[in-house]
Ligand binder design. Structure first.
Ligand code: NAP
Length: 435
């Protein structure tokens, strides 16, 4: 048997401790698969204390950067988190001395992925990050290796379990956003400050990683247009249901005539689509390749054991001696990411309006749409609540056929200026199956 692979694990929180338990529990399996044992040789955390996992006689480092320089480790496993600071410094130090790195840190990859991929190649030190997107779902390997024979047209996914939990609970139990968010926080699915999740930023980091793997572009989180789920109401979910859709926060990277769009926003997804059927904290990713067609991976997007499963897969690859460019192609060949403005997006739209209750109002709105060649697929007038009736407005839901974002926004701006629509219109993009 080849010599034991000595791991240095930086960060012994949710994922780090689960990984250490997994290393013990699956010791024989690692040897059978990798042909060598994988053992914890060193670890680093802020505090040296019991972790509910057997740390054996592994050496403790209070500095992860110092651990990255240790001669007693063969792999540096970064499970601290954060785009910068000690996570980034220690990973740079490890790669810089030719040490393979495994990380679950999407924030760091979104900010510094290209630089790290270059360092990895310069020093012939693999950089693997299966756990950074979709937790336990093997989507990085799928894009980087299993679909290498495909040209990818589109990757779309539910990449944040907190948002999916909130939207699922709102829909199935008819509970408002704030109640579901508070519940998600109580259950530990959402952070005390949930902005990063519900604002779509976490999804954007993960999407930027997937887009780079799928389209061979330099990772660029700034190229992602981002909208969160804060504005979604029960009225939207009920209207979506009536029209045959569910509302999901999707990250979508898609080849279009204007370049590769990268966008994160609440989306109307047909109920028959696999992404619409992914409920609760689960994550899912659909990939459309020219040879394979469309495939969808569904599974746990977070949690200690599921994430440790992905980290372990990378460790086994390193133990096997597998070497691959971080984003599946040499860093020098990665092209600059397109920055396609959202205004150029083409697709169908769901629109919910508070229409002034007077003759001709609907006609005026339809005229504004017609001027911009926007045709309507469905119009539903909803019963006005007591408050809406008192304010003299009627809720109306429209679904458009394909148009551009610039056109629909312009039409709605004019309708508001015409005085036939009150309040800010709700606009949700529709994702057609196979579109
Ligand atoms: N949790 C998930 O389900 C999940 C899923 C996918 C990806 N991830 C990613 O996995 C990574 C870890 O997440 P987590 O949930 O396990 O985080 P966590 O529970 O907050 O644990 C973070 C660990 O990092 C240690 N740490 C913080 N600052 C440090 C420093 N300066 N030097 C050394 N260690 C330091 C902490 O030490 P102390 O314990 O001593 O405070 C703690 O053990 C993140 O990048 C996250 O995005 C997590």
């Amino acid at each position: 048997m080849t010599k034991t692979l000595r791991l240095g694990v930086a960060g012994l929180g949710v994922v780090g401790t689960s990984l250490i338990r997994l290393l013990h529990r699956r010791r024989a399996g690692f040897i059978a698969r990798a042909g060598r044992a994988c053992v914890l040789s060193a670890y680093s955390a802020r505090h040296k204390r019991g972790r509910g996992a057997d740390l054996g006689d592994a050496q403790f480092f209070d500095s992860a950067v110092a651990m990255a320089a240790s001669a007693d480790i063969d792999v540096f496993v970064e499970l601290i988190g954060g785009a910068d600071g000690v996570a980034y410094e220690s990973v740079k130090a490890a790669l810089g001395r030719g040490l393979p790195v495994v990380t679950a840190n999407k924030a760091m990859l979104a900010a510094h992925g290209l630089k790290l991929a270059e360092l990895s190649e310069t020093h012939d030190a693999p950089l693997f990050f299966e756990a950074a997107v979709g937790g336990g779902i093997p989507v990085v390997k799928t894009l980087r290796e299993s679909l290498a024979g495909n040209e990818i047209a589109r990757v779309s996914g539910i990449l944040n379990g907190t948002c999916n939990y909130i939207l699922s609970r709102m829909e199935t139990d008819n509970l408002p956003f704030d109640v579901c968010l508070a519940e998600a926080q109580r259950l530990g699915y959402a952070e005390a400050d949930p902005t990063f999740d519900i604002g779509g930023f976490d999804t954007a980091h993960k999407l930027a990683i997937l887009a780079s793997l799928a389209f061979g572009s330099r990772i660029d989180a700034g190229a992602v247009s981002i909208e969160g789920i804060e504005s979604i109401t029960l009225a939207d979910l009920a209207a979506a249901d009536e029209l045959g859709f569910r509302i999901k926060l999707l990250g979508v990277a898609e080849r279009t005539p204007h370049g590769v769009e990268q966008r994160v926003h609440p989306t109307m997804v047909a109920k028959s689509a696999p992404l619409a059927q992914t409920m609760g904290v689960l994550n899912a990713v659909s990939i459309d390749g020219d040879a394979v067609g469309e495939l969808t991976l569904v599974g746990p997007g977070a949690g200690g054991d599921a994430t440790a499963s992905a980290v372990a897969a990378d460790i086994v690859d390193i133990a096997r001696g597998i070497r691959l460019p971080a984003f599946g192609r040499p860093a020098a060949s990665l092209a600059e990411a397109d920055r396609v403005p959202m205004q150029r997006h083409e697709g169908g739209y769901y629109v919910r309006l508070a229409v002034v209750d007077k003759p001709g109002a609907m006609g005026a709105i339809a005229a504004r749409m017609g001027e911009r060649m926007i045709s309507l697929e469905a119009i539903m007038q909803k019963r006005a609540s007591k408050e809406a009736a008192a304010a003299g407005v009627v809720p109306v839901v429209l679904m458009t056929h394909g148009t551009t974002e610039a056109s629909i926004r312009d039409a709605l701006d004019h309708a508001v200026q015409d005085g036939v629509v009150r309040e800010k219109p709700q606009l949700i993009r529709i994702e057609r199956e196979g579109s």
